[in-house]
Ligand binder design. Sequence first.
Ligand code: NAI
Length: 468
Amino acid sequence: MSESSYDLIVLGAGPGGYVAAIRAAQLGMRVACVEKGNLGGTCLNVGCIPSKALLESSERYVETRQGLARHGIRVEGKVSLDLAALMKRKDEIVHSLTSGVGFLFEKNKVDHVIGTARLAGAGQVQVNGNGAKRTLHAKRIIIATGSVPIELPNLKFDGQHVISSTEALALDAVPQKLILIGAGYIGIELGSVWARLGAQVLILDVLEHPLPMMDQALVQRLQRSLEKEGLKFRFKTAAESAKIEKNGVKVAWKSVDGSQSGVETADKVVVCVGRKPVSDGLGLAEAGVKVDRRGFIEVDHATYQTSVAGIYAIGDVIGGAMLAHKAEEEAVACVEQMAGRGGHVNYATCPAVIYTHPELAQVGLDEQQAAKLGPIKVGKFNFMANGRAKAMEQTEGMVKIIADGKTDRILGVHILHARASELIHEAVVAMEFQASSEDLARSFHAHPTLNEAIKEAALAVEKRSIHA
Ligand code: NAI
């Protein structure tokens, strides 16, 4: 095999691409991964990881200012914010994790090729990097180029005043007023960060409620908590345009029914109305790789092969939930099938988490979706009655378990709690093993733990919760 010949070339080194490259190398393939930016993609550089670092720091700030007295801890003097230090910690975390991917590439003998990749005929990838072009050859190619923020036509990103989540993760001062367009994952998480750090935050959304894909009863409770944290929402409202002026940005808005309109001024406006696939400029049309009308690459969802034999695609660029863990599972399944193994992704057990305070996490169906399939049983348990939650002073939230009315199989689990992102995995594993609510209800749960609330909700499915 020549130096530029591989078994597999992966385009993009986000959670989809780098996982595919490492797993393929583990399975004995000679692998190159082409990346034009830093290793780690959106998730590690400008997404999941830096946002969680900021959420953690901002939560500590609020707790130190307001939450410690209840524990009998008095903070004397003024608690102040060092935003530069807070951002430095975030940057160090990003740096350590992205360098970690480089280390894993070396360990697994994955060639990290720096540059911009483009399909260039059967089994060929042209890489433009460091002012030179080179052609790599491979039996198979995986496209894992991810997604970028959607821009609104009348609110174009200028990197300063009208910004995307990328810039909103790296502001050098706390804005006095921040408007976020879109009450989705990003609007709510970044709105929380900046509200905690002292900004007045207003979130606009065209819909009637935030987070339509999550359990709406829990979303309402979350919204109340966020409003207490200082976030303001205006629903059924579209942002029409932005005008940059000397002392800020003026955002013109209109209610969806057209009955009201107005202008809000802010220091910065974050447009977070979703993300779109990165499928332009890859030479897809010339190679015969089909994309849908929104630019998502069409694949066979069992093998991840595109319309062209030998070319595969995974992660955000093929649509579905734009989540790092979904891309990772697709990466492993795709590569294992190439190696003759039985890779498979069970999308029905893909968890979704909003990392607010409290966090909102879910797996599987909500009540409306489940009820369409037949009779259901629902068990609920409030953390107010959980001993560990009381000891932690984190009693807001509940667990809701939806089970099949006839077979008792768990169809969905929804958790609102400060630690919901960790708790949900008991439900993910249970559902992966097709557990019934009875299985959870009869399983040991150490006392005192937050997980006991899951056991109690499972008991509540048959109305035999002990502590409710
Ligand atoms: P999103 O799809 O979650 O929410 C976008 C919101 O914008 C929707 O509620 C929509 O109604 C609203 N919207 C659209 N056009 C609008 C307009 N003109 N005016 C007002 N509102 C408008 O998208 P978001 O928050 O940008 O996140 C992008 C992706 O990133 C998500 O799909 C998610 O998968 C991923 N993500 C995941 C996180 C997590 O797992 N915790 C955190 C952050 C992002």
